[in-house]
Design a protein around this ligand. Structure first.
Ligand SMILES: [Zn+2]
Length: 479
């Protein structure tokens, strides 16, 4: 094994095991032997193979993104930011999935490579990647250097629109079952992948697109494999009304009845629960059910905020006992900016600056995510944990004055101050540059993929509209 020491770090965000929280430490050494942290404290006396000068740096745990779709979201840049359907409670999800849903393997590869670069540059070391499986997925994620949790999605139905006010479904249960079996085969193969940083998550895509038996069986398959189970739930009012129409219950209450809530269940995004001001299905049980079953919630504020949707609220969920994590559901895949957005929106939702602190958000973006992924060895700087860490440049102008470097990083500098990133003890970002992937090359291929996707829109849209008709440019092109 090779020992690396980060010597005399001006600041470090270390884990206080007794208190169960992150704390600042000053002037310490952070040491890792291979993939494992061995020393977090002053005065390391061993003989390292590599020494990194920690002066002018803050060392912090790598961030954990617990909900993302790198395989297609980057292709929506310039398309989805202002796309919403008024008659579907502002959500553009259903219309966009139908019209823009054509993504080939080349598109997914370009999109994923591009997103992974953004993730790494914003200090992410672990990512949960949810989407349909594609050829080369595991190989690319292994090459990225990220610790990747692959969640090959499957469903019994697709959303089908014939107008802009009714959410309908195109059911094909045998196809859903085939994709479920294929997903399990992929998940079972991941731990054998060289590098040892890949693992799987069982992911029926949405509570409303999966048959009851499929949801039950996929939950059992996750439990049998001791891997996390994730499903989109309460992410749109149209979905909530559909589940109430089918079952007489809110999606969360229906999930509880199906027996698919538990400590390994990660809910994306559990916004529209019974007490939400846009739902007001006044049973007042949902939050208690989520917390009582020990579920985690993947909070990804950006795409919802763009529709005008708010989680009500992050602080309320925390105090109810829900384990919260943060994800980048859409582009940009910038976890630091996502934390900043989460902070502002949590305070707006609660009308209270003290509703949520930056310490709460860092906890969610590290150990909260680790708990959701059933990995207590991630998200914290402590001996015995994985050497997944980030070095922040305290002298970056946007960090200055660096009186409180975490505040400088999240509220001001974001990825501009991220210098070096290590995953499993291996350096994947140096001086702000991703060493493992080619973002510029991926960007060129992503632009081509976006053009192919937009060209396919008229044949897929229920009214045969073009991409420019559904999602016009922000400004008219004059002349
Ligand atoms: Zn999602």
């Amino acid at each position: 094994m090779s020992v690396t020491v980060i010597r005399n770090a001006d600041w470090a965000i270390a884990w206080d095991e007794a208190a169960g929280c992150h704390v600042y430490r000053r002037g310490i050494d952070v040491v890792f032997d291979g993939a494992t942290l061995t020393h977090v404290g002053p005065g390391y006396a061993g003989r390292p193979d590599r020494t990194i000068d920690g002066r002018g740096r803050m060392v912090m745990p790598g961030l954990i993104d617990i909900h993302s779709h790198p395989g297609h979201e980057p292709a929506y840049r310039g398309i989805r930011e202002e796309h919403g359907v008024a008659n579907m409670y502002m959500s553009g999800l259903f219309e966009r999935s139908q019209a823009y849903g054509a993504a080939d393997a080349a598109a997914r590869a370009a999109s994923t490579e591009f997103a992974c670069c953004e993730l790494l540059r914003s200090g992410v070391t672990s990512v949960l990647d949810i989407g349909p499986a594609w050829e080369g997925w595991a190989e690319l994620m292994a090459k990225s250097g990220l610790r990747a949790f692959l969640a090959p999605g499957f469903a019994s139905a697709r959303w089908k629109l014939e107008n802009d006010f009714e959410l309908k479904y195109d059911w094909d249960e045998p196809a859903g079952r085939r994709r479920f079996e294929a997903a399990l085969a992929l998940i079972d193969g991941l731990p054998k992948h060289p590098g040892g940083r890949l693992s799987g998550v069982v992911a029926p895509m949405q509570i409303d697109t999966c048959a009851e038996a499929l949801l039950r069986e996929s939950f059992a398959a996750a439990a049998e494999r001791r891997v996390p189970f994730t499903v989109h739930i309460a992410q749109g009012v149209s979905e909530v009304l559909e589940i109430i129409r089918r079952s007489g219950k809110t999606p969360v209450q229906w999930a509880a009845q199906l027996g698919i809530l538990g400590p390994a269940t990660l809910l994306g995004h559990a916004i529209f629960i019974d007490t939400h001001s846009w739902v007001r299905w006044w049973t007042r049980k949902d939050l208690e059910l989520i917390a009582g079953h020990g579920c985690s919630v993947a909070h990804c504020p950006t795409p919802f905020a763009r529709y005008g949707h708010l989680l009500e609220s992050f602080g309320e969920y925390l105090r109810a006992g829900v384990n919260l994590g943060i994800g980048t559901d859409t582009s940009p895949h910038n976890m630091l900016e996502e934390m900043r957005t989460a902070s502002s929106l949590a305070r707006i939702a609660a009308r209270d600056i003290h509703s949520v602190s930056l310490a709460d958000l860092l906890h969610a973006a590290t150990v909260g995510g680790a708990k959701a992924l059933l990995r207590e060895d991630l998200g914290r700087l402590a001996p015995g944990c994985k050497a997944d860490l980030v070095l922040v440049d305290l002298a970056c102008p946007e960090m200055m004055p660096a009186r409180d470097p975490l505040r400088s990083l999240v509220f001001h500098a974001a990825e501009r101050a991220v210098r070096d990133v290590f995953v499993d003890g291996v350096q994947v970002v140096a001086e702000g540059r991703v060493l493992t992937l080619d973002q510029a090359g991926a960007a060129a291929r992503l632009a081509e993929a976006q053009a192919r996707m937009m060209a396919a829109v008229p044949a897929r849209d229920y009214r045969g509209r073009s991409a420019d008709e559904i999602t016009p440019l922000s400004l008219r092109v004059a002349g």
